[in-house]
Design a protein around this ligand. Structure first.
Ligand code: ZN
Length: 433
């Protein structure tokens, strides 16, 4: 079900709405946040220079360290008396980042999460078990308010205590589960241990986020629980969950474009890439009063799709996150992410999950070798099968990456593992400084 008419307006109307909101947001940020004013003044940029949507590329990027450097509230646009809620990132490295919401920000955030819930088919007939942690983490409260807004009965059980989770899930007949995908997989293991079958529970859909998950994890979750697995995307810096969300067509995550402008940039040069390119997704908030974010670099690698979706929503979709820009390699001038190679390998029969990319320089040229384990080593005994499979992988990688690689097939369990995984990239090139 489409929750809000803003999700299905024409592209032209959306661009007009985005432009008027962008112009408001930059004027607001410039006049309320000294950090933005200083950055803009340094390059002679004025809010009045933002006349078209494409002018957004003139705006300097904002990065995570900007938030840390202004800890705790240096980037806030309003005094604390206007703030009705604080949240914070976990801050595993150094100071955490702190964000604040005005009453309007809370209303918009709730709206974003209500659209997410509705896109996953949640209605007032549902019982939603929220196994996200409640607290400074945005996940629990974001989903809580959004699910309440669509009228679902919310069970704010919070994270942990798997036995109690399963007891309530069975006794209250929860139909919606909110959790991180890795916790869901953990729950399925406890279910197996306790002999609880998927027929013993009433779940029909999962709203999963807080971390990315691979297609294999999704397949396992759907099979073990017999539910629809929907993913959603958000960052504390932008609001928390609700930036984008999947509908039941599973064609990528619809972006709340009336609240955020998304761009794809080259993570090395910062240049905006043409439509359809894979690169780093950058977000600009359009309605934020508490802490406006202009061109926030997420470091998440994905692409944006603009074709219409069968669900009827017209807002663009971002693909599932393919990796982090920190993992990007430049090989012969081409941006390469290990995850792109991984997705090629996953689509080929007979290939296991363990692989390694070895990058070297030969005669001043970059060279990449893809070493990948076979599921069954017997194939190594047939030269023609080996040739065929090697050629298929080379061809598919060339189609995706536009570069020629060497492919080496290995016996199962050949690659060295650390914590179950092999080290993905070995870059032996000399680093230039
Ligand atoms: Zn859709």
């Amino acid at each position: 079900m489409i929750w809000n008419a803003a999700e299905k307006i024409s592209r032209k109307e959306m661009r007009e709405l985005q432009l008027s909101r962008l112009r408001w947001q930059v004027e607001y940020a410039y006049s309320h946040v000294p950090f933005y004013k200083k950055k803009w003044d340094e390059i002679g940029l004025k809010p009045s220079h933002i006349e078209r949507l494409s002018d957004i590329s003139k705006i300097p990027f904002t990065v995570k360290t900007d938030l840390r450097d202004h800890y705790p509230t240096g980037l806030f646009a309003v005094p604390n008396r206007e703030i009705v809620r604080f949240h914070s990132s976990s801050g595993t490295t150094g100071k955490p980042i702190v964000v604040g919401y005005t009453r309007n920000d809370m209303d918009n955030w709730t709206e974003c999460c209500a659209r997410m819930a509705s896109a996953a088919g949640v209605t007032r007939d549902d019982i939603a078990q929220i196994a996200f942690g409640y607290g400074l983490f945005t996940g629990g409260f974001g989903l809580h308010y959004g699910l309440e807004r669509v009228g679902a009965s919310v069970l704010p059980i919070s994270s942990g205590n798997s036995e109690r989770q399963l007891m309530f899930m069975q006794d209250l007949k929860s139909t919606v589960l909110v959790a991180t995908p890795s916790y869901v997989l953990h729950l399925t293991e406890i279910m197996e241990e306790k002999g609880i079958a998927k027929e013993d529970i009433f779940l029909k859909v999962g709203l999963f986020g807080g971390e990315g998950h691979t297609p294999e994890m999704r397949e396992q979750i759907e099979r073990r629980l017999g539910i629809d697995d929907t993913q959603n995307y958000g960052l504390t810096e932008l609001c928390g969950p609700g930036v984008s969300y999947e509908c039941l067509e599973h064609t990528g995550m619809h972006i709340n474009e009336d609240m955020f402008i998304a761009e794809i940039i080259d993570p090395k040069t910062g240049e905006v890439l043409p439509e359809g390119s894979i690169g780093e997704i950058v977000y600009t908030t359009l309605t934020k009063e508490g802490i406006p974010m202009l061109r926030y670099r997420t470091k998440d690698i994905t692409r944006i799709m603009y074709e219409p979706c069968a669900c009827g929503r017209t807002n663009a979709r971002m693909d599932l996150v393919m990796g982090r820009s920190d993992d990007m390699m430049v090989i012969r001038g081409v941006n390469v992410f290990p995850s792109q190679v991984e997705s090629v390998l996953m689509g080929i029969d007979g290939i296991g999950q363990q692989y390694q990319l070895i990058v070297t320089t030969e005669k001043y040229m970059d060279r990449m070798e893809v070493q990948v384990e076979l599921l069954d080593g017997a194939i190594l005994e047939s030269y023609s099968n080996l040739e065929r499979l090697t050629a298929e992988i080379r061809h598919k990688i060339k189609t995706v990456l536009q570069i020629d690689v060497k492919v080496t097939l290995l016996n199962p369990k050949t690659l060295e593992r650390t914590a179950g995984k092999s080290k993905r990239v070995i870059d032996k090139r000399l680093k230039a400084f």
